[in-house]
Design a protein around this ligand. Structure first.
Ligand code: FAD
Ligand code: 2HG
Ligand code: ZN
Length: 575
């Protein structure tokens, strides 16, 4: 026997010895957790009233709350002070982010009458001008920081409508905000836009146990909905690492993909209806609960993925599948990227309908996680593995699912596609495996500066980009590849000690050109936001972008909703 064969058989026996125990839902319930142990493990603590109660929101970095970058003191909010304080045509340089942008002089500047009017609509308490603004002005990565002087917290659709009607009449620019976990600078002001945060609109309106249709307000935290549905015997068709903070309205507004898209498809398929408030305050009731409805254009799709640029989503109706009792999670190692690809094909073929996640991370990603997160460990033998794959199955028949998965794993081990692997034997192991994958963004955040690219690419080409970037950038940075392999979605993250324009010049436009040349998308699931507004042509034709701009101008003629984001500045009259 060669050494390689000996290693292979050792690994094979390790796998078999770790007999699978199906993770039945009973155990999940006993622990009072959602299926993967909740966001406490993911570091994105859910603080329902974080904005309202002025608590520090951790948002992925326990040691560094969003407020730690607080300026020493905010300018005092005296009558007329804002305008003097804030030059109308001030330019903001995003350096490594989005180039230079000039504040549009067509937008009004907040004055004391505006503040008084907002107080009339919302009451004193929900018009925020204190230190909570610091968190609302800064995004999760602390990369984009705005200078808004006001944060509004509406409690109803009517309040949203009245706010927008007023802002539109005054030409006050607005930024809709959910959980502020977006990664493209879409959720924070660029200049002094009025922030409308949806945190107080968090009611579940109805749940139909026969159809599985949930209707809720846009500010519901995703994790709360996951728990609510779990108690009802259903699951959310969407799950992502930021679930403890992100809101369903934000998820719909970004058309978030996440960890289960391979199984349940995108929100374009699962969202049945929306209620949206337009820029002029009109309420657009599209809150249907029908699975089939072909009467005219399906307008809700315009708002799914519109990133706050076409309207504020106030209510969502979503189809949720029943919870299935048998969940299994395997954490596997592959020697090369070709094996990961073949494993994906094999998983789709052999696991078929029970496959519910297929995620991958390379060894650089694993090292970043192990070096930056507390309480994590690599469950596999400490041999050098180049890639790690997390496979989850969800089905109805414990013994059938187990047999199927084990057969697939043994076959993959025998054919050399996997070099090592473990099956979670209880909820804690399952959570620990998920923690490794979900913890990548958080660990990169802790490691220093990070340049993020969220790309859709043909699976067979996807990792070539990571390899090319490594060759291009050399040793001074860490090039990390991970993501939703099952959906053809690569997260290319480049971790550096600090932001540096010389590094950026090596990355962009190379990454966008490479993606475009391979007919990929420069935004797979995170959206365009501010980061990629001027890059949209890499993935969309001029005609398509022109039509988008026409739609924007039709529904928001004064362009007050999330200006400078999503669409190229050349097509929008911001100056
Ligand atoms: P925000 O960040 O507040 O806003 C995002 C955008 O939506 C902004 O343009 C904002 O203006 C707009 N918006 C928010 N609420 C509304 C509303 N009610 N009406 C209209 N517009 C609105 N994304 C994925 O797709 N998949 C992942 O797996 C994933 N994992 C993540 C993991 C981590 C650790 C982090 C930090 C982020 C991750 N994200 C992921 C990105 C982010 O969580 C998602 O984009 C999420 O959907 C944003 O929701 P939010 O409520 O935080 O929205
Ligand atoms: C994930 O899949 C998220 O973990 C975040 O989409 C990706 O931070 C990123 O680049
Ligand atoms: Zn992702």
């Amino acid at each position: 026997m060669t050494t390689a064969m000996v290693e292979k058989y050792k690994a094979f026996h390790r796998l078999l010895n770790k007999t699978s125990r199906t993770l039945v839902d009973r155990r999940f319930r006993q622990q009072g957790q959602c299926a993967r142990g909740g966001s406490a493990a993911s570091g994105l603590d859910h603080r329902p009233d974080a904005v309202v109660e002025q608590r520090v929101s951790y948002l992925g970095c326990p040691k560094r709350g969003l407020w730690t970058s607080a300026r020493a003191s905010l300018p005092s909010l005296v009558d007329g002070g804002f305008a003097r304080d804030y030059p109308m045509n001030r330019c903001r340089s995003f350096g490594s982010v989005a180039g230079e942008i000039q504040r549009s002089s067509k937008f009004a500047t907040l004055n004391s009458d505006d503040v008084a009017h907002f107080k009339e609509i919302l009451g004193e308490r929900n018009v925020v001008q204190d230190e909570r603004l610091e968190a609302a002005n800064s995004d999760w990565m602390h990369k984009y920081v705005g200078s808004s002087r006001i944060l509004l917290l509406p409690k109803s659709t009517d309040e949203v409508s009245r706010i927008l009607k007023y802002c539109n009449s005054r030409c006050l620019a607005v930024v809709p905000q959910g959980g502020n976990t977006g990664l493209v600078g879409g959720s924070v002001p660029v200049f002094d836009e009025v922030i409308i945060n949806m945190a107080l609109m968090k009611q579940v309106i109805s749940f139909d146990k026969i159809s599985g249709i949930l209707v809720c307000e846009a500010g519901c935290i995703l994790e709360d909905l996951i728990s609510f549905l779990d108690n009802q015997g259903f699951v959310m068709p969407l799950d992502l690492g930021a679930k403890g903070s992100c809101q369903i309205g934000g998820n719909v507004a970004t058309n978030a993909g996440g960890l289960r898209l391979i199984r349940y498809g995108s929100l374009h398929g699962n969202v049945l209806g929306l209620e949206v408030v337009l820029a002029n305050g009109d309420v657009l009731d599209m809150l249907g609960t029908l699975r089939k409805d072909n009467t005219g254009y399906d307008l809700k799709h315009l708002f799914i993925g519109s990133e706050g640029s076409l309207g504020i989503i106030t209510k969502v109706s979503i189809l949720t599948p029943p919870k299935l009792s048998s969940v299994n999670i395997a954490f596997l190692a592959c020697q090369d990227y070709l094996s990961c690809q073949k494993l994906l094909l094999e998983a789709k073929r052999s696991l078929g309908e029970i496959l519910s996640a297929f995620e991958f991370m390379d060894s650089v990603a694993m090292d970043v996680v192990l070096n930056n997160l507390d309480g994590v460990r690599n469950p596999l033998a400490p041999t050098a593995h180049n890639f790690y794959v997390l496979i989850e199955t969800t089905g109805t028949e414990e013994s059938y699912d187990k047999e199927k998965l084990e057969k697939f794993l043994v076959g993959s081990m025998e054919s050399g596609l996997i070099s090592d692997g473990v099956l979670a034997q209880d909820i804690n192991q399952a959570s620990a495996f998920w923690r490794l994958r979900e913890g990548v963004p958080e660990s990169l955040q802790r490691a220093g500066a990070v340049y993020k690219y969220d790309l859709s690419l043909p699976v067979e080409k996807m990792y070539d980009l990571v390899v090319e970037m490594r060759a291009r950038l050399g040793e001074s940075v860490k090039v990390v590849g991970y993501g939703h392999l099952g959906d053809g979605n690569l997260h290319l993250n480049i971790s550096a000690p600090k932001y540096d324009d010389a590094i950026l010049a090596q990355i962009e436009p190379f990454v966008y050109e490479w993606t475009s040349n391979h007919r990929g998308s420069i935004s797979a699931e995170h959206g365009v936001g501010l980061m990629k507004a001027n890059k949209i042509f890499y993935s969309k034709s001029p005609e398509a972008v022109q039509l988008m701009a026409s739609i924007k101008k039709l529904v928001d003629p004064k362009t007050i909703l999330n200006p400078y984001k999503v669409l190229p500045h050349s097509l929008m009259s911001y100056s």
